[in-house]
Structures are given as structure tokens and as C-alpha cells.
Design a protein around this ligand. Structure first.
Ligand code: FVH
Length: 292
């Protein structure tokens, strides 16, 4: 059992506090809107009237507020900073690698151990064995309290001592997810415009998923290996992709579909072809993702 301070009782904070309390920890919770913290009393948590009171007797203090400005506004209050000295601060508010590194430096200046976390799950998955939460920062403190973290998500993992690593991975994985979600919007716009039953589309998506997954694995490995020239194993050159892509552009134009998503794809195809990569592998597009 660990004494835990918790700042935040929003959707995610409530799920985290309830799980920590259910796992037998003594959880002192503060929230800007006090009623939400008080409601957690029914789940064994102890509502506190101020953040420094939630941190006072704790070994670990978690923060899960809307954003870093909200979190900094609390953490950097002199009474709260003082209450955190000598303790482990675990930041579960979403942030960027830079804000995580800045907070890690601030924590070190004030004698506070720091872990920056990235929750790769929605509140309903908290406490489940398959839930992934990534942490980076003080490895010794992660290992010391590994059971607390495992209780929040069975797949929790320590990434590295670089404070920014967990949120960098968070954004990379979210980038992958948004690519799929925005691709779905483009696909459903076409099926709607062409009067194709979405169920039929969904069925053919399932049947073609192995090809899509294979192409993604091939692309990832080629980019990692730097093998982006067209070769005998290239699945489709940029020129071949671009021919098919132009058909999608034609449908968007003909059917009045917003070209905004396709324009992003097209700008990379155009840049690569203009630079002479038409006969190279799709992986050559990675060269155009760097601006420096
Ligand atoms: N919900 C999710 O699925 C995602 C999963 C991945 C990680 N995120 C991050 O978790 C943070 C909280 O997200 P949330 O979904 O719990 O958000 P809300 O339910 O809106 O709760 C927000 C809490 O923040 C408090 N708050 C907002 N502004 C301030 C402020 N200026 N000063 C103090 N506290 C503030 C708010 O308090 P109240 O409105 O109840 O008084 C809530 O406690 C977030 O970083 C996600 O990106 C969740």
C-alpha cells in the first residue's frame, strides 16, 4: 500500500483515482471543482481542499489535469512545490516532449523525482491488464513503484531516462492513429458519394487488411533500414502509387469531396516526383517529412 496524492478528478483522473483506491492505496485527491473529488470519497479516496494538502503525506503525487498550463499553475504554487520536495511526481497530463523535459528540469531544481507518463488508453481501460501507459524519467523510481503503475495498466512500461520519450512516443502513436482515422474519413466520403453501402466497404476493408498491414510493415522496415530506392522487392513505386492516387483525386473533384486530406498525400507525392524519386520505393517519401 502506498500513500498517493492525486491532482485532478476529470474523466481520466476519476478512473485513475478509483483504480488506485481499489488497489488498496491511500489516495488523497484534489480537484478544482471540489464536488468531483468529494464524489471519489465513495470509492475510498480522501478528498482534499487544496493541492498541497493532497501532496502533504504522499510518497507519490500524480497529476492528471487538462493541460500543462493548468498543471504548472498548481505545481509551481510555492506551497505545492514545497510539499513535493523529496517525493516522486508523476505527470499524466498530456504534453509535448519539450514540456516534459522542461518540467523534468524544474523538478530536479526543486529536489523532486519526476516521471512523465503517456496514457495510451481511454478512461474505461484504466486498471485493465492490456492497458499501455508509458513512463520516462527516473528509472529507479519507476522500478521502486512498478506495482503501483502496473495496477493502472498491465502493459505499463518504462521507456527511458529522457523525460520527453514517453510523450514523443505518444505523439508518434497518435500520429499513426490519426492517419488511419483521417483515411477512414476519406474512404467513407467516397463510399457515400458513390452510393456504396458502408457495410460493403467495411467488409472489403477487412478482406484487404492483410495487404494494408503488409505494406505498412514493409514501409516501416524500409524507412528504418534506409532502403528507399526502387528494387526488386519494391511492392509499388511512387509513380505507380501516384497513378492510383490521381483516381482518388478525380473522384474527390467529380463528387465535390473536400480534397484537404488528399492534398496532404498529393503534396508529398509531388515533392518526391519533382525530386526524381518516381521509380523509387514509397519509403522515399520519408525524405520529405523532414524540413531541416
Ligand atoms: N480522456 C482520454 O481518453 C485521454 C486519454 C489519454 C490521456 N488524456 C489526458 O488526460 C488529461 C485529462 O483528460 P480528461 O479526459 O480527464 O479531461 P477532463 O475530463 O476535461 O478533466 C480535465 C481536468 O483538468 C482540470 N482542469 C482543467 N483546467 C484547469 C485549470 N485551469 N486549473 C485546474 N484544473 C483544471 C479539470 O478540473 P474541473 O474542470 O473538474 O474543475 C479536470 O480535473 C488530459 O491531459 C488528456 O489529454 C485523456
Amino acid at each position: 500500500m502506498t500513500t498517493i496524492g492525486f491532482l485532478g478528478a476529470g474523466r481520466m483522473g476519476t478512473a485513475l483515482v478509483r483504480t488506485l483506491a481499489k488497489n488498496g492505496h491511500e489516495v488523497h485527491v484534489w480537484n478544482r471543482t471540489a464536488e468531483k473529488a468529494q464524489a471519489l470519497g465513495a470509492f475510498g479516496a480522501r478528498p482534499e481542499p487544496a493541492p498541497e494538502r493532497a501532496a502533504a503525506g504522499a510518497e507519490i503525487v500524480f497529476v492528471n489535469l487538462l493541460d500543462y498550463p493548468a498543471s504548472d499553475a498548481q505545481l509551481r504554487k510555492p506551497d505545492v512545490t514545497e510539499a513535493l520536495k523529496g517525493k516522486l511526481l508523476v505527470q499524466l497530463t498530456s504534453g509535448s516532449p519539450k514540456t516534459a523535459r522542461d518540467t523534468g528540469a524544474w523538478a530536479a531544481e526543486h529536489g523532486i523525482a519526476y516521471l512523465d507518463g503517456a496514457i495510451m488508453a481511454t478512461p474505461n481501460f484504466i486498471g485493465e491488464p492490456e492497458t499501455l501507459i508509458l513512463y520516462s524519467g527516473s528509472g529507479v523510481h519507476y522500478r521502486q513503484h512498478e506495482r503501483v503503475f502496473a495496477g493502472l495498466g498491465g502493459k505499463s512500461a518504462f521507456v527511458s531516462e529522457d523525460f520527453g520519450a514517453a510523450s514523443a512516443l505518444d505523439s508518434a502513436l497518435l500520429g499513426q492513429m490519426w492517419g488511419t482515422l483521417f483515411g477512414t474519413l476519406q474512404a467513407l466520403a467516397i463510399t457515400k458519394a458513390e452510393n456504396i453501402d458502408p457495410e460493403i466497404y467495411a467488409n472489403y476493408l477487412k478482406l484487404s487488411q492483410p495487404v494494408i498491414d503488409g505494406a505498412e510493415r514493409d514501409l516501416t522496415q524500409r524507412v528504418l533500414d534506409g532502403r528507399d530506392r526502387g528494387d526488386e522487392e519494391t511492392l509499388a513505386t511512387i509513380a505507380v502509387h501516384n497513378v492510383a492516387f490521381q483516381h482518388l483525386v478525380e473522384i474527390n473533384t467529380e463528387r465535390g469531396i473536400n480534397p484537404v486530406i488528399a492534398n496532404a498525400f498529393g503534396s508529398l507525392f509531388e515533392a518526391a516526383i519533382r525530386a526524381g524519386h518516381a521509380e523509387d520505393d514509397f519509403a522515399a517519401l520519408a525524405r520529405f517529412m523532414e524540413t531541416k
